[in-house]
Design a protein around this ligand. Structure first.
Ligand code: TXA
Ligand code: MG
Length: 368
């Protein structure tokens, strides 16, 4: 990969509800000139480039150190832009766009001629989303081009939910960061593939599987968790993703058993001279709150709060320099599906199932 000299990354603080017109105009100018602008969406921060400019898109791959086989989502602000990006759009896509856009749903469709193939890493498809965040919408309208934007983190790092996270990873590599404060959903959009015979969720996210099934009952969840070396046939599906520097262990099972097992593991690490970091629910505080390096995500009954804090908490434990992060799971219902997906990837598949007879039992590839 070519190495460029660091560039001067500017930061503009912008009111997320009523974005300053001057800041938006400047960011739009940079995008139209082929530059890179990080901006908040309601899910996570995106690293944007003009989606119709193959050279600008290449700069995203370079800044993120992202492998060239992992495709990028095109962001739009007006429904007509969907027809510029995709062809043979099925009625289901219009249905879903009406129901969930603007919002945290990304649709994978057949790519229209003239759309750079590197947005889709050479595939004949394109992923499209209309974000709801007022700042993102203002930027997309002002730029007046579709904007390709992956999450604004370097490859395999946890996604960025604040401007500070963006700078942690990308300072000196991008032109501008629009700082609109922390994002509200905190996990990425749901990626739904509409190019096959039935709709398939490739990545669970902010729009729930249950909500999609209310519109399209035949929708199924089929994220694939592959070892890193087989990533080429399934972009973005590799297990090593959302990874803090510390190794992550994901504990699943009945809550009391999970807490007991996490306590035992944390004590074993301390006995071995290592520093454990714990990622906990409020419900765990009584039993596990005494460990000094711990982050409370929120109540297990408020998965929206847990989702909002997840990536910041992973990064916070990393900043403290812990050796291992122990995290409990939050079920698979509602946002639990997205949380499970992110935690499983952060843990690179290292799941400790307290209900299993063999310790350290793995996971099944097609978790429903
Ligand atoms: O919430 C989000 O989706 C954020 C914000 C910035 O919009 N973006 C985001 O982008 O998470 P990224 O690049 O980190 O993740 C995009 C996901 C990846 O899993 C990628 O493989 C998948 O979408 N994807 C993109 N284009 C695709 C395509 N043509 N076919 C299949 N999957 C695709
Ligand atoms: Mg990402």
């Amino acid at each position: 990969m070519s190495r460029r000299l660091p560039i001067d990354t500017r930061v503009l603080i912008v009111d997320p509800e009523q974005p300053d017109a001057g800041a938006i105009a400047e960011a739009a100018r940079i995008l139209r000139a082929g530059g890179l602008v990080a901006f908040p969406t309601e899910t996570v921060y995106g690293l944007g480039a003009n989606a119709m400019d193959a050279v600008a898109l290449n700069r995203i791959y370079e800044a993120k150190e992202r492998p060239a086989n992992d495709p990028i989502i095109a962001h739009i602000a007006r429904p007509e832009q969907l027809d510029e990006l995709a062809r043979d759009i099925p009625p289901a896509a219009r249905h879903l766009a009406n129901a969930f856009w603007p919002g945290a749903l990304t649709l994978v469709l057949k790519r229209a001629p003239g759309v750079p193939e590197n947005i889709a890493a050479g595939r004949d498809t394109v992923a499209v989303r209309m974000p709801a965040h007022p700042l993102a919408r203002a930027l997309l309208l002002a730029a007046d081009v579709p904007v390709g934007a992956p999450s604004a983190n370097t490859f395999t790092r946890p996604s960025a939910t604040t401007a500070a996270h963006v700078l942690e990873d990308l300072d000196g590599r991008i032109d501008l960061v629009l700082d609109g404060g922390p994002t509200t959903i905190g996990v990425e959009s749901t990626v739904l593939d509409l190019t096959g015979t039935a709709p398939v969720v490739l990545r669970p996210g902010g729009v729930l599987l249950e909500e999609l099934q209310a519109v399209l009952p035949e929708t199924t969840l089929a994220p694939r968790y592959l070892a890193e070396d087989s990533a080429s046939d399934a972009p973005g599906q590799l297990l090593k993703h959302y990874s803090p520097r510390a190794r992550v262990r994901l504990f699943t099972g009945e809550p009391a058993a999970v807490r007991a097992r996490m306590r035992a593991e944390a004590n074993a690490l301390i006995a071995a001279g290592e520093t454990p970091g714990l990622l906990l629910a409020e419900e765990d505080i009584t039993e596990l709150g005494a460990f000094t390096d711990r982050e409370i995500l929120g109540s297990e009954r408020d998965l929206a709060a847990v989702s909002r804090r997840l990536f910041e908490a992973l990064r916070a434990l990393d900043r403290r320099g812990v050796d291992a992060i122990l995290v409990r799971d939050f079920g698979r219902e509602g946002l639990g599906a997205a949380l499970w997906d992110r935690l499983l990837r952060a843990a690179e598949g290292q799941v400790i199932d307290t209900a299993a007879s063999t310790p350290g039992a793995g996971f099944t590839a097609d978790e429903g």
